[in-house]
Each structure stands twice: as structure tokens, then as C-alpha cells.
Design a protein around this ligand. Structure first.
Ligand code: TPP
Length: 204
């Protein structure tokens, strides 16, 4: 079964990244992993409440979904969420069809689509005009992809992703606000904490 009817992006409510991220984190009760993409997605993930199972990508656009794919394949009994901006995903579209081919049941991708490269000065991305991220995901083989119509619908889609076999993708149109707060930029610490959080490294 797929995520019901596909709502076109332009019929969806413009929401807020930090609010949606907080709603997602509030639902996680089983040490689910969450991978934040470069910049605002990981800033808001940090601000929503740091968890040892969070990983914060620094510096490279488009790597949240590929990293989350690796985690999902390595730990099939853990649910994995990944948060990415539209500009970053458009730079790394090939990951969608790779994920569709490998079909990890435990992976949910969330695209925070503000139609701009917010963090570098709000230049418009193709998602603002010609590119529909959810349509691209479906055409890449990710049938369980849907735009969230509003916050309630976003929560419903997250609940479904926690219960149903994935991979799933949720598109959310968001406003142009920058991230709330800033992740501490210490890549070694971020990696070590994540490995501890996933139980693949023992504390010294
Ligand atoms: C390969 C590469 N090109 C350009 C940059 C500079 N850069 C960093 S974040 C960013 C914009 C990210 O846009 P998006 O993913 O839509 O997130 P938003 O800033 O809108 O939250 C850009 C252009 C980079 N870090 N890496």
C-alpha cells in the first residue's frame, strides 16, 4: 500500500522546519536514528533536543540520505530518519533510485522544501519553480512518497513511517526561516557520540 493520494506541493501548507523537527523527535521512543543534513536541517535537529542517536552532517550537501541508507542497512532493526533540504537533495538525486533499489524497510526520508538555498543567501532552487521533489521521488521508485498537507498530516505520515515498512519519503513545504541555534562543529565528537548511541562503540 502506498501513502495514499499524492497531494501536489502547491496545495500544501507552508510550515516551519524547527516545529516539524520537534514534532518528529517527540514521537521517537525506540532509539531511532536521525541524520540531519548540512546546515539548517541539522541545526534544527540539534535545537529540537540532542539525542545520542542523532548524526549531524557538516559541510557536504546531499549526504543525509546516503548516510541514513548505510545506517538503515547496517541496523535493520532500528528505524532511521533522515532530514534534508531541497537544494541539497537536488544535488544528490541519484540517492533516491539507489535507495529505491535497495529498499530498506526501516528508512524514512524527510525533505524540508523551502525552495531556496537558505543558508547561503536564499538563492532560489529549482524546487521553487520546476521541480516537484515528491514526484521525482516517486519516479525514482519510492512509491511511498507524499507531501504533508499540514502539520497534522506530517504527524500522520511520520506515524505511518514508524509502523509501516519503508522506505518512505515525506515532503514538507517550509518557510524561509534560518535554523534555530547551531550544531557544535566538532566532527570527531559527532561521529563518536553517534557510534556510542547506535551501540557500535563502547564508552572508554
Ligand atoms: C557541494 C557544495 N556546494 C555548495 C555548498 C555551499 N552550500 C552549503 S549549504 C548550501 C545550501 C543548502 O540548501 P538546502 O539544502 O536547500 O538547505 P537550506 O539552506 O535551504 O536549509 C550551499 C549552497 C556546499 N557546502 N557544498
Amino acid at each position: 500500500m502506498t501513502m495514499e493520494t499524492h497531494v501536489p506541493a502547491r496545495n500544501t501548507k507552508v510550515m516551519n522546519r524547527f516545529d516539524l523537527t520537534s514534532r518528529l523527535i517527540a514521537k521517537l521512543k525506540n532509539d531511532e536514528a536521525v541524520v540531519g543534513g548540512i546546515g539548517n536541517t541539522n541545526f534544527d535537529l540539534w535545537a529540537a533536543g540532542h539525542r545520542p542517536q542523532n548524526f549531524y552532517m557538516l559541510g557536504s550537501m546531499g549526504l543525509a540520505f546516503p548516510i541514513a541508507l548505510g545506517v538503515a542497512l547496517a541496523q535493520p532493526n532500528r528505524r532511521v530518519f533522515a532530514l534534508e533540504g531541497d537544494g541539497s537533495l537536488l544535488m544528490q538525486l541519484g540517492c533516491l533510485s539507489t535507495i529505491a533499489s535497495l529498499a530498506p524497510k526501516n528508512l524514512c526520508m524527510v525533505v524540508m522544501d523551502n525552495g531556496i538555498y537558505q543558508i547561503t543567501g536564499a538563492q532560489p532552487t529549482p524546487a521553487a519553480t520546476v521541480a516537484d521533489i515528491v514526484a521525482i521521488a516517486i519516479a525514482s521508485g519510492l512509491a511511498d512518497s507524499a507531501w504533508a498537507a499540514d502539520e497534522e498530516d506530517f504527524e500522520r505520515l511520520v506515524d505511518r513511517s514508524l509502523a509501516a515498512p519503508g522506505p518512505t519519503l515525506i515532503g514538507a513545504r517550509i518557510d524561509d526561516k534560518p535554523g534555530t541555534g547551531q550544531t557544535r562543529r566538532d566532527p570527531v565528537q559527532i561521529r563518536e557520540r553517534f557510534m556510542l548511541g547506535l551501540g557500535v562503540r563502547q564508552a572508554l
